[in-house]
Write a new protein. Structure first.
Length: 147
């Protein structure tokens, strides 16, 4: 006896992706640069602290060298790819599968973000990006002298 899991939204999502792919091809958009930017989107928490902004992304199963972080024109881009994992056991009837595919996220950063000092680290499937804030420039009073 086998147990099949029924997920009706999977079929609808596949239909939407295929229709977007066909519409893109019809209007002259090449298939490899069509609307499919990402296969999945990692969940993200964004926290503003006194001295920095912190972005925590859930990227389980993604190797550190498969993650790419770019900062350009005030936009932080996070992308990567999770490779397929599969494990089977015949006698114990265990089977493990993991979702695979590319991911992509973009974040507009405020002007107070220091793009030169961004750091990132990954542990236990959580990617933490630390974006320090620039020092606040204090307003200064300028006195007017008589000529």
């Amino acid at each position: 006896m086998s147990i099949n899991r029924f997920e009706p939204w999977t079929l609808i999502n596949t239909l939407h992706r295929d229709l977007d792919h066909l519409a893109g091809r019809r209007y002259g958009i090449p298939a490899e640069t069509g609307n499919t930017v990402a296969d999945w989107v990692p969940a993200v928490d964004i926290v503003e602290e006194k001295e920095r902004f912190v972005i925590k992304a859930d990227v389980p199963g993604v190797a550190i060298d498969a993650i790419e972080i770019n900062m350009e024109n005030g936009v932080l881009s996070l992308s990567g790819e999770r490779q397929q994992e599969s494990e089977q056991e015949v006698d114990g009837i265990q089977r493990f599968e993991r979702a695979t595919g590319k991911f992509f996220r973009r974040f507009n950063l405020p002007e107070s973000a220091n793009a030169e000092a961004i750091t990132a680290r990954s542990a236990h499937g959580i990617l933490e990006i630390s974006i320090p804030k620039q020092a606040q420039i204090q307003a200064r009073r300028i006195t007017v002298e008589a000529a």
